[in-house]
Design a protein around this ligand. Sequence first.
Ligand SMILES: [Zn+2]
Length: 248
Amino acid sequence: MTAAALPGMQLAPILFASATLVSTGFGGLAAVRFRDRLHLLLGFSSGAVLAVALFDILPEIFELPGGASYMPLAGLGFLAFFGLERYTAMHRAREHEHALTAHEQELGALSAAGLTFHSFLDGIAIGAGFQSSMQVGVLIALGIIAHDLSDGLNTVTVMLAHGNSVGRARLWLILDMIAPVLGACATLLVPLSGVLPWMLAFFAGSFLYIGASDLLPEAKEHDSPLVAVAMAVGMLVIFLTSRMLQMV
Ligand SMILES: [Zn+2]
């Protein structure tokens, strides 16, 4: 049974990481077309990503012996994603659409590279989740599929705002779409067992950052009271999914 189930378990992270291809791509296309109508979707993503950290990854870590001792890595994950976001200047890019020199265009590409690296880490998080258990893997994947919409959106926005052509923006979008699949594949080559709780704590911290400080401010830009409702729905969907997966 276990031998037969093994190939399926190995394929699962790659299949789920491939689903992020669709959401990243949709986010990239949406960046061009419906930029002003995405706040509810971003609110939903924010709730979903926060819920994966709060209702699934963190409880999972605390059930391990000495679970609290892994929490410094959660702090590090939060800080690391803050640093990555500052470095890639995702949000600042939208503010200045003038003085588009060649240097400016390179800065856009550098930001897109940072986002692509982040998406590679998304894939590693999915792989690490599945090495922990099927339930953690599925929930981490759902959280990432929900927020990758904003990864695709940011990749295209950051490129266009820095004066790059639509063609170059599309190229980086494709790289950003493939990155999670490569990350998930990488985890199949390396057994993570010893470092797994540390990695889960790191990604719990990064999910808290992405949900509260990356997605939520974007959703709030629109000043609609429905953003909070969308966020609560995102949380509820993940909470219920997590309870359902515990029962099977
Ligand atoms: Zn991401």
